[in-house]
Write a protein that binds this ligand. Structure first.
Ligand code: SF4
Ligand code: SF4
Length: 399
């Protein structure tokens, strides 16, 4: 296993993310398979395990805590997160002091090695940055008490919002987890986000390195080419090799769902085998085809003349994200944060942008398409409310 030095800790470069744990036929977590995966992880040197309040409706925390409890506490590092992004209107507010105590209990631990403000984005910043909520103050206090060893945040915000958050809180936070892979390098501006974090001195933790498994399977021709260039290496391993070659983050979290994936990733992280220029070109080609169909370069030539002041490149980027798919709720959150009169449905179809665009993008048509795509989705608040109601119903059933 490869290791990286984080302050006084030797962290395994590969961490076990527990958002997609193995399931039994009735949908419950397969604890026996999880235990086998954790055994394999521990034997190979993986020492970082990441969970969160909403994963598997709260059961991920219980399951990973139970599995890790079979090993001495000093042998593993556990990360958990505060779900401030779920504090939406119409749902009982999640209070840091209540959630934190519940999480310690669920995981069966007395402290968390790593703790994160979960999903900082353009919307949730309204909660996280509200001094009246005392959210960060509470967790800084827990750190003082030794109940949190290292405090950080995970982020789905765009670069501008990330920069604002970092400017305000860099002195209190030690690391940042972002969605980073060779598709989101451009699609989600992950390169720019890495630059911001590097400048702020915040080490990068990676989530979704294989975009939820999307980068583990391709068409026959592409896979054949990849196998001929790297015989014996899995398709999924290319996503990790790219991380080892280009952004070189501190930690890569992989949400593994079975022992086979765990063993494949362990093999990959037993050594660094950076990609050569020919191999990088293969991934650039894949990223090009997976980055949505709108070739917006964010040059902003169209913006000054827009009579309603739309952030056109951001809207084109969100349309691409909707096309690519994945965790749509994050895209919907960012879309909603643009505010009334600034979303795609505010476009009056004047056509100014189409004339200004060097890529000849039919922006008005894309605006209509984006507005339609969003209208067909539930709002992100509704998704949060449904999740909260389901969790409450389950808790009530248990008595
Ligand atoms: S067509 Fe829509 S997006 Fe383009 S300039 Fe006019 S109002 Fe703005
Ligand atoms: S002019 Fe075209 S390429 Fe440039 S930001 Fe606008 S839509 Fe994107």
């Amino acid at each position: 296993m490869l290791f990286k030095q984080f302050q006084d800790l030797q962290l395994s470069s590969l961490g076990f993310g527990t958002m997609r744990l193995p399931l039994q036929s009735d949908g419950s977590i397969d604890q026996a398979e999880l235990d086998r995966m954790v055994d394999s992880a521990v034997v190979s040197g993986i020492n970082y395990f990441d969970t969160a309040h909403p994963y598997h409706g709260g059961k991920s925390e219980v399951a990973i805590g139970k599995s890790l409890a079979r090993y001495p506490r000093e042998q593993w590092y556990l990360a958990d997160k505060f779900p401030g992004h779920q504090n939406v209107k119409g749902v009982k507010e999640l209070l840091p002091e209540q959630v934190f105590e519940e999480q310690l209990q669920r995981c069966g631990v007395e402290y968390f090695d790593f703790y994160l403000l979960h999903n900082v984005n353009e919307n949730s910043m309204q909660y996280y940055c509200n001094p009246e909520k005392h959210c960060l103050d509470y967790f800084l206090k827990q750190k003082e008490l030794g109940r949190i060893r290292h405090l950080g945040f995970s982020c789905h915000a765009g670069p501008a919002a990330l920069q604002r958050f970092v400017d305000q809180f860099v002195k209190d936070l030690e690391f940042c987890q972002i969605q980073l892979n060779y598709v989101d390098w451009g699609l989600q501006d992950a390169k720019q986000k890495c630059d911001i974090l590097k400048k702020a001195g915040l080490p990068v933790w990676v989530m979704e390195p294989a975009r939820g498994g999307k980068l583990a399977h391709f068409d026959g021709v592409t896979e054949e080419k990849m196998r001929s260039l790297r015989p014996g290496e899995s398709i999924a391993s290319w996503a990790f090799r790219w991380l080892q070659t280009v952004p070189k983050p501190m930690m890569v979290l992989s949400g593994m769902s079975n022992l086979e994936q765990m063993e494949d990733n362990i093999r990959t992280f037993s050594s660094e085998k950076p990609l050569n220029p020919e191999e990088l070109a293969v991934l650039e080609g894949i990223a090009g085809t997976l980055s949505g169909t709108i070739p917006c370069t964010a040059c902003r030539y169209c913006c000054a003349g827009c009579p309603v002041g739309l952030d056109i490149p951001m809207l084109m980027n969100l349309a691409n994200e909707m096309d690519v798919g994945g965790t749509v709720i994050n895209t919907l959150m960012r879309y909603s944060s643009l505010g009334d009169g600034k979303r795609a449905d505010a476009c009056i179809g004047c056509g100014q942008c189409r004339k200004a665009c060097p890529q000849m993008i039919d922006v008005p048509a894309q605006m209509t398409r984006l507005a339609d795509m969003v209208a067909k989705q539930k709002s992100w608040e509704e998704i949060c409310r449904e999740r909260a109601a389901a969790a409450e119903a389950e808790a009530a059933q248990k008595g």
